[in-house]
Design a protein around this ligand. Structure first.
Ligand code: 5AD
Ligand code: SF4
Length: 440
């Protein structure tokens, strides 16, 4: 989400005649877009600010800004403690950055952390300067009304609001015209998307029609109200990826209740069953928190067993990090000792790595359609890209180019990557119609 937000800020600044400097020590203005989700994320920002301090010593005229969730959460502390910081801008105030930059020219500080009920930056075309020209994020809604007890997002990003569907479709069409091949639709809580009569399932159907050779992913839905209609749409449309990120957070009902996640282990497992029934071969990923308030060993084991039962293809796993203002902060105690949290998290990660390894071994011999995204980190002779099911694949580049859809056959696998041999260049329509014929 921050990546997408930075592209909006980019657009606002370029519009005002500014240019990207690429390196902090050559810039007149440095803006840091920040995340508050866990303490680690904020620590990274404090470290970055430390680095900037030495650059500012050399260049007294440098303007430094803190944008995003941290700006919203701790504006006073940033201004008071970090004399270095000149402007502080919350996630709904990016349009105001040019004015704020003018305001600080005489050495004052400038702050705008107002949250909005309407701002979606719908009319701003993000400028994508750091991507690969092939995959892009498109923001479809902002804010979150869910109030999970551990999460600071509703406080830093404000109330839910959806971007008009027409403006999303326009951006997708533009990306397709520019040669982009994959779009991930983004929102804190995509199931809540609503523009008049247009629900999230409708929106996904509409985007799938913009360009049959562009594929689509989305992040993140909530298990409490995942629309079953969307599962059918994904199953029917070849360019909607057979991959769903569906955050579970925990495996016991009591824990889900403390987390204010309004579903049960059983209803979550039922949803997973439906997903696998309606979209055969669907790949699933999740988010898990270890060591939330009052977590017992038994509850930890239930998280482990849920993950074992589902066998996710991928998981993002975190130790609980207490955030001020949240319900958990006010109502519960962050009382799982650090070493226990760490041990539980590492048990969760170890088990998940084994599951991923086993699932990926089963891929050997399978064919997939891979969208080539770039050169492999390990060798210039190899490309990497992802399957429709979101698995990272590495293969010899031969005469293929970035942006090609290549049919590959998996030859070996680790828990994180599939190695494959390329068969031939293909397209979404060609690949899936020949697959359908084979089944028939
Ligand atoms: N501590 C740890 N993890 C958190 N997440 C959200 N808030 C916290 C927190 N306070 C995780 C959740 C969410 C993901 C984006 O970040 O798992 O789904
Ligand atoms: Fe945070 Fe819950 Fe909203 Fe996700 S759904 S952003 S975890 S409050």
């Amino acid at each position: 989400m921050n990546f997408a937000d930075s592209e909006i800020v980019n657009s606002i600044l370029l519009e005002k005649g500014m240019e990207a400097a690429h390196e902090a020590d050559k810039a007149d203005v440095v803006l840091i877009n920040t995340c508050s989700i866990r303490e680690n994320a904020e620590n990274r920002v404090w470290n970055r600010l430390k680095e900037l301090r030495s650059i500012k010593k050399e260049n007294r005229d440098l303007t430094v800004g803190v944008l995003g969730c941290m700006a919203e959460r701790i504006k006073d502390r940033i201004i008071e403690e970090e004399h270095l910081v000149d402007i502080v801008v919350g996630p709904d105030a990016y349009r105001d950055i040019p004015r704020l930059l003018e305001e600080v020219e005489d050495g004052r500080k400038a702050v705008n952390v107002l949250l909005s009920l309407e701002e979606t930056y719908a009319d701003i075309a993000p400028v994508r300067t750091t991507g690969n020209g092939i995959t892009a994020f498109v923001s479809i809604m902002r804010g979150c009304d869910n109030m999970c007890s551990f999460c600071v997002v509703p406080f830093t990003r404000g109330r839910e609001r959806s971007r008009p569907m027409e403006s999303i479709l326009r951006e997708v069409k533009q990306l397709s015209d520019e040669g982009y091949k994959e779009v991930t639709l983004l929102g804190q809580n995509v199931n809540s998307y609503l523009d008049g009569e247009n629900t999230f399932a409708k929106l996904m159907h509409k985007v799938s029609q913009v360009d049959p050779e562009m594929r689509f992913r989305f992040s993140s839905p909530h298990p409490k109200d995942f629309p079953v209609e969307l599962l059918h749409t994904i199953a029917e449309q070849p360019n909607l990826c057979n991959y769903i990120h569906i955050p579970a957070q925990a495996g016991s009902d009591a824990m889900l209740e403390r987390m204010r996640r309004p579903y049960t282990r059983e209803s979550y497992l039922k949803l997973i069953e439906r997903m696998r029934e309606i979209i055969p071969g669907v790949s699933l990923s999740t988010d898990i928190i270890a060591g939330f308030c009052d977590e017992t060993e038994e509850e930890h084991q239930q998280t482990m067993s849920l993950m074992k039962e589902v066998e996710f293809d991928l998981a993002y796993m975190f130790a609980y990090s207490e955030r001020e203002r949240t319900l958990a902060y006010r109502k519960y105690e962050d009382n799982v000792p650090e070493d226990v949290k760490k041990r539980r998290l590492s048990e969760i990660i170890t088990q998940q790595m084994n599951i991923q390894d086993q699932r990926n071994q089963k891929e050997i011999g399978n064919r997939h359609l891979v969208l080539v995204e770039g050169t492999s980190k390990r060798s210039d002779e190899q490309f990497n890209g992802r399957t429709d099911t979101n698995k990272m694949v590495v293969f010899d580049r031969q005469d293929y180019t970035i942006g090609d859809y290549v049919e590959v056959e998996v030859t070996s696998a680790t828990s994180a990557t599939l190695l494959a041999k390329p068969i031939k260049k293909s397209s979404i329509q060609e690949y899936y119609s020949s697959k359908a014929e084979a089944v028939a």
